[in-house]
Ligand binder design. Structure first.
Ligand SMILES: CC(=O)SCCNC(=O)CCNC(=O)[C@H](O)C(C)(C)COP(=O)(O)OP(=O)(O)OC[C@H]1O[C@@H](n2cnc3c(N)ncnc32)[C@H](O)[C@@H]1OP(=O)(O)O
Ligand SMILES: O=CC(=O)O
Ligand SMILES: [Mg+2]
Length: 525
């Protein structure tokens, strides 16, 4: 077997891509790459069945697991209190330090939604995390400001990329390796022992799972990895994002597959909305209103989060809430107060419903979320709160949200989608647009909505106009012009707007729905 590095390799990168680390990652790929491919094929098969009218439902073959009396293994001490978790791209060294110092209990350095998976970001992310774990990380800004770690820092839970992605810069026998195995493998290889010495452990967030079989694959990877490095079984602890509509029908099963290695589920609301649109895109009765109208209080979202809390607590696992998209607004106190009120309301709903913690996108939001959880949750968590009276059915999970589709909503989707893809192509996977945090998951909603509105007979604006390719193309040109005005001609021309808009247009006008925008996008990174 031949391992080849196709990306840049400077001395700092060589410290991560050592022969031993590469051998470990290659062993993971050799052993688990073929199963990953089979599971991706199963995703496609499942889509074909849904398109043929077989709607998602709880699985009959796993009924015994759902009704069984079992619990997950004990959650380690440093994951008992997770009331506020901050996230951010792993490759941004300053942000990694700021997040660890933010006062949040947990920091999730992200190789997924918030990360544009350039080779530089992927390897720099590993360097940043290794240095953070060794407590040697520092940074000096171009203005000369120095950053280093406080005495007390957040617990790290790293998020590798999802099963759908590949890392083309590392090839085994001429084939790109799984990006999940690349991110997990390098982080685990370099840091697992040091994390245990630090009194913590190798902790991971697992994104975009669509079935318990995908959880089983992760579990097999963990058992092998721990054995290979001589680390006690069960040291790895994961939090699985329930962020696909299919995943929400298999929460018990996912917890069960990973029961020796799981601490929590998390409600990844943005990918969840995207997945709902994607998986049900060809159903005649499923059409969503403007993106801004689909919220955690929409019945299907409320149902899913309550089911997640109920399921987790029944199994002695934690259930973490999700990300409000608002971020602090500088230079406009009134707008800022409104944004903070929205975050407060979102966190209050989560804490009251029984979540054991929540996510924030910005250090400025840590005190807002902390205040709510400190008030509602005096104990480290509320795992003891059993939601016995909650009954959630398949129909509740699938209930179609109602509301209008407007020209403003269409324009916003086009404008935000292009601006996000443009930033992503420049290597920036998390961006503030219109004072909201945008990342790959939020941008997916925008492009999936436009695709569906064009194709679906009910994709009609509230003024009666059908959303068509022609209308989309007209709006695309107008929104590009608006962006150019806002950015100024020089900055606009320096950016990647031509490529971003052609990618966005292709994804929304092609008859085939592209599974993830990052797949066609990756060829340009
Ligand atoms: C759907 C999902 O998956 S959600 C999870 C994935 N998404 C994310 O993780 C997004 C996280 N958030 C971010 O990346 C950022 O907050 C952004 C891009 C939205 C905005 O970032 P900026 O434009 O830099 O914000 P802003 O200028 O207000 O930053 C002020 C300070 O806060 C820091 N900061 C902002 N966000 C973060 C963060 N998430 N973590 C750590 N530090 C942060 C900045 O580094 C900056 O520090 P400085 O004062 O030392 O220079
Ligand atoms: O990963 C989180 C989400 O909301 O998507
Ligand atoms: Mg997500």
């Amino acid at each position: 077997m031949r391992i080849e590095i196709k990306g840049k390799l400077n001395p700092a990168f060589q410290e991560i891509l050592t022969p031993d680390a590469l051998e470990f990652v290659s062993a993971l790929q050799r052993k688990f790459g073929p199963v990953r491919k089979e599971l991706l094929q199963k995703r496609a098969d499942r889509q074909a069945k849904i398109d043929a009218g077989e709607l998602p439902d709880f699985l009959p073959e796993t009924a015994a697991i759902r009704s069984g009396n079992w619990k997950v293994a004990k959650v380690p001490q440093d994951l008992q209190d997770r009331r506020v978790e901050i996230t951010g791209p792993a490759g941004d060294r300053k942000m990694v330090i700021n997040a660890l110092n933010s006062g949040a209990k947990v920091f999730m350095p992200d190789f997924e939604d918030a990360n544009s998976p350039t080779w530089e970001n992927s390897v720099q992310g590993q360097i940043n995390l290794r240095d953070a774990i060794l407590r040697s990380i520092d940074f000096v800004s171009p203005e000369g400001k120095t950053y280093k770690l406080n005495d007390e820092v957040a617990v790290l839970i790293a998020r590798p990329r999802g099963w759908h992605l590949e890392e083309k810069h590392l090839q085994l026998d001429g084939q790109p390796i799984s990006a999940s195995l690349f991110d997990f493998g390098l982080y685990f290889f370099h840091n697992a022992k040091q994390l245990l010495r630090n009194g913590s452990g190798p902790y991971f967030y697992l994104p975009k799972l669509e079935s318990h079989l995908e959880a089983r694959l992760w579990n097999d990877v963990f058992v092998y990895a721990q054995q290979a490095l001589g680390i006690p079984q069960g040291s790895i602890k994961v939090t699985v994002l329930i962020e696909t509509i299919l995943g929400s029908f298999e929460m018990d099963e996912i917890l069960y597959e990973l029961r020796e290695h799981i601490a929590a589920l998390n409600c990844g609301r943005w990918d969840y909305i995207f997945s709902y649109i994607k998986k049900l895109r060809n159903q005649p009765d499923v059409i969503l209103p403007d993106r801004g109208l689909v919220t955690m209080t929409s019945p299907f979202m409320k149902a899913y989060s309550l089911l997640a809390i109920q399921t987790c607590h029944k199994r002695a696992a934690h259930c973490i809430g999700g990300m409000a998209a608002q971020i602090p607004i500088k230079n406009n106190p009134a707008a800022n107060e409104e944004a903070m009120n929205k975050v407060h309301a979102d966190k209050l709903r989560e804490a009251t419903n029984g979540h054991d913690g929540t996510w924030v996108a910005h250090p400025g939001l840590v005190p807002v979320a902390l205040k709510v959880f400190n008030e509602i949750m005096p104990e480290p968590n509320q795992v003891g709160k059993q939601l016995d009276d909650v009954v959630i059915t398949a129909a509740n999970l699938l209930e179609v949200p109602t509301g209008p589709i407007t020209e403003t909503g269409l324009r916003l989707n086009v404008s935000v989608g292009i601006q996000y893809v443009e930033a992503w192509l420049r290597g920036n996977g998390a961006v503030p647009i219109n004072n909201l945090m945008e990342d790959a998951a939020t941008a997916e909603i925008s492009r999936a909505q436009v695709w569906q509105w064009i194709r679906h007979p009910k994709g009609v604006l509230e003024d009666g106009r059908k959303v068509t390719v022609e209308l989309f193309e007209q709006i695309l040109q107008e929104e590009l012009e608006n962006i150019k005005q806002a950015w100024g001609e020089e900055a606009f021309n320096k950016g990647k707007f031509e490529l971003a808009s052609s990618l966005f247009a292709k994804m929304t006008t092609d008859s085939e729905f592209v599974d993830f925008l990052t797949l066609p996008g990756y060829q340009y990174l």
